[in-house]
Design a binder for this molecule. Structure first.
Ligand code: PLP
Length: 398
């Protein structure tokens, strides 16, 4: 590929752009992980992550990608052969269900339309059929990264409570954590799974479980084989800021810096509002281009990414290749059964209005260059919206 000057635009829905100050924090000397200095770092990260998950309960941090924290959620709460209920709402939901099956769990996978989230009525019916309460856990992906569809976790918990079903609620927030409003305690989630490389603005390599009191009780009864993922040993040494094995010290430096930015400087509410605004502007651009947002239900639109349906006869891989070669921007691919049909615009993490403007310009120029039928004016529509929003917020400040 010819030389590309300037910064690469990494607009896949994670990993996301890592802020320079987070990279600089990572670039500190690795210290003794049994020292007093390390304990301070460990405690700051664990406390900060509780605020991000909006929980007062325990949070554990694994030196692993999100897939590791998926496994930890299952092996710490369940028993071999347990029934679990999962929903085929997208690539990642189906992969998590596949992992559960591979671990020896008995998975009821409810078929789904990838353009919509979990139907609470379907959930109600499935739970009511289970009068003997054999289902031990319900697994849901909060924000399906392959489709840009968000699930209503509070409504799912309400449905479970309304039918009096005691199953645990396990939720994946890998592409929503620190981007979209998420409340582990208030929404009654038992285990929340998170990852470092998206809303938290870090490189890949850390993942998380937020754990309710019920999940901790289930952990005591759980007989799934586990060693590296054990919560009990981790939680015990975490109390003093340490880890049971060598932690990812330098990523934790980065996490401490990112938490400062998210919690103390911008504030989570503003982080969520920024993501909502960028998602809204992106959808306006997509509609103005005359293209279709893949998610079908407005209440389920993701704020961290937008998946866009290609017009028939046009392949997203070819379009993304044109954008990459000409404008030095990576867009997200279509995954598994929607490969070729959908491309994804990531607008999460360390991001601002002008970065979104550049991203949408790259998409619009790419559509033109690759001959994808569309109307012009998507960028103008998004910019008009961002300008109006900026005017409103500066009037509010005055
Ligand atoms: N769940 C969701 C929603 C994801 O988006 C991803 C990765 O993008 C994963 C799980 C898997 O995480 P990882 O690739 O960090 O193992």
């Amino acid at each position: 590929m010819r030389h590309q000057s300037g910064r690469h635009f990494l607009q896949i829905p994670g990993p996301t752009n890592v802020p320079d100050r987070v990279l600089r924090a990572i670039d500190n000397a690795t210290i003794d992980h049994r020292s007093a200095d390390f304990a301070e770092l460990g405690k700051a990260c664990l406390e900060g992550m509780k605020a991000v998950f909006q929980t007062k309960g325990d949070v554990v941090i694994f030196p692993a990608s999100g897939t590791g924290a998926w496994e930890a959620a299952l092996v710490n709460t369940l028993n071999p052969g347990d029934r679990v209920l999962a929903f085929d709402t997208g690539h990642f939901a189906s992969l998590w269900a596949k992992m559960a099956k591979g671990l020896g769990l008995n998975v009821d996978l409810v078929p789904g339309d990838w353009r919509r989230g979990v139907d609470p009525e379907m959930l109600r019916a499935r739970l009511q059929e289970d009068s003997r309460h054999e289902i031990q856990a319900v697994m849901v992906v909060h924000n399906e990264t392959s489709t840009g569809v968000k699930n209503n976790i509070a409504a799912i918990r309400k449905t479970m409570d309304a039918v009096g079903h005691p199953a645990l609620l396990l939720v994946d927030t890998i592409s929503s954590l620190a981007s979209m409003d998420y409340r582990h305690d208030e929404w009654g989630v038992d285990v929340t799974v998170g990852g470092s490389q998206k809303g938290l603005m870090l490189p890949p390599g850390l993942s998380f479980n937020a754990i309710s009191a019920r999940a901790l009780a289930a952990n005591q009864r759980s007989r799934m084989p586990k060693s590296y993922w054990r919560w009990d040993e981790m939680i015990e040494v975490n109390r003093k800021g340490y880890f049971p094995y060598t932690p990812a010290t330098n990523l934790l430096y980065g996490l401490r810096e990112a938490l400062k930015m998210l919690l103390e400087e911008e504030g989570l509410e503003n982080v969520f509002a920024r993501h909502d605004r960028h998602a809204d502007a992106t959808r306006r651009a997509v509609h103005a281009w005359g293209l279709e947002v893949f998610a079908q239900s407005p209440g389920e639109f993701s704020s961290s990414l937008t998946a866009v349906l290609m017009p028939p006869g046009h392949n997203e891989a070819e379009f993304r290749d044109v954008v990459l070669r000409n404008f030095n921007m990576s867009l997200g691919s279509g995954l598994s059964k929607i490969a070729g049909k959908v491309f994804r615009i990531g607008h999460l993490g360390s991001f601002n209005d002008l970065m979104l403007a550049g991203t949408l310009c790259g998409v619009e120029m790419g559509l033109e260059l690759s001959g994808v039928p569309h109307k012009s004016g998507g960028v103008a529509e998004a910019l008009a919206h961002l300008t109006a929003q900026a005017r409103e917020s500066s009037a509010a400040v005055r």
